[in-house]
Write a protein that binds this ligand. Structure first.
Ligand code: CP
Length: 319
């Protein structure tokens, strides 16, 4: 099959950034241009154009220093769909165990000809270090508790696809806000696009002064259920927690888990999102995760389109 050359940018906006490090400083126009480009890739895929020539001759390196299922595989597939060559690096089994540094590892991958580097690392700011140190496009695939921009973009894309706009919608982010890079990127993206954002969880898992980011705070899920157009259930990140943030998982599920009775008290058209991986029975029951309001697998499908759009737009700076 001959690969299609693919679309020109659909917005007409010339992308001027070399890196995607977070959503904190992206304008509404920039976020919308990524969403529109992803929509165009989705339209092409539906029309059977699943292989595009847009990144032919380039090399996309996935550098994952932390575990991942969705982000790593969808970035890898996105690069292949755009005809880039790919390098998939995982820290486990690498020469990091022999003392090689993060930066030396990245420089060696760059020396193999990588033109775009996708990086996930447990240290906040690791992608920023690569952006300063390498001559490639850097895409943040999650840095500690700081940002996970492509996850928020695919969440926002999924909401826009179902509701047409973000403007005026109420989106509840529920759960472990304190440790969640997904929450931070969602807050930046959603508020920039005009959504009302409520963060909800146990007081111990809500960062102090988070209102300064333009969100409302609730410590009682039942109080906000009826107001939310979309509910994004964030995973309790046990691996980042030091100490007990709530008495028991049973109590957490009772107070903050999304289950059938809560779904029946929510809006009729409520969308249920979760970035994954989900802890079934903790943040969300199987009945809700697999039910008619859930768009969790749509989010995964859309993640591929978002990652294609990000790779494609950033590559404009290399031409
Ligand atoms: N949502 C998300 O980032 O999933 P992975 O950790 O599997 O990439």
């Amino acid at each position: 099959m001959t690969a299609s050359t693919g679309p020109q940018t659909v917005t007409g906006l010339r992308w001027t950034r070399r890196h995607l490090l977070g959503l904190a400083d992206l304008s509404a126009e920039e976020i919308t241009s990524i969403l529109d480009q992803a929509e165009e890739f989705k339209r092409l895929a539906a029309a059977g154009e699943t292989k595009l020539n847009a990144l032919a001759g380039t090399v996309v390196a996935n550098l994952f220093f932390e575990n991942s299922t969705r982000t790593r595989t969808s970035f890898s597939l996105a690069a292949k769909r755009l005809s880039a060559d790919t390098i998939d690096f995982s820290s486990s089994g690498s020469s990091l165990s022999k003392g090689e540094t993060f930066l030396d590892t990245a420089r060696n991958i760059e020396a193999m000809g990588a033109t775009q580097v996708v990086v996930r690392h447990r240290t906040p700011g690791a992608p920023h270090l690569l952006a300063k140190s390498l001559g490639v496009n850097v895409l943040n695939a999650g840095d500690g508790t700081r940002e996970h921009p492509t996850q928020a973009l695919l969440d926002i894309f999924t909401i826009r696809e179902r509701r047409g706009t973000l403007e005026g919608l109420t989106v509840a982010l529920v759960g472990d806000i304190l440790h969640s890079r997904v929450a931070r990127s969602n807050i930046f993206g959603l508020t920039t696009l005009g959504a009302r954002v409520i963060v909800c969880g146990p007081a111990t898992l809500i960062p102090p002064h988070i209102e300064e980011l333009g969100v409302e705070v609730s410590y009682n899920f039942d109080d906000i259920l009826a107001e939310a157009d979309c509910i994004n259930l964030l995973r309790v990140q046990f691996e980042r927690q030091r100490g007990g943030f709530f008495p028991s998982v049973r109590e957490y599920a009772h107070l903050f888990g999304m289950d059938g009775p809560r779904l029946r008290r929510a809006k009729d058209e409520v969308l249920i999102l979760a970035p994954g991986p989900i802890n079934r029975g903790l943040e969300i029951t199987p009945e809700v995760a697999d039910g008619g309001h859930s768009v969790i697998l749509d989010q995964v499908t859309n993640g591929l389109m978002i990652r294609m759009a990000c790779l494609y737009l950033l590559n404009q700076q290399n031409q």
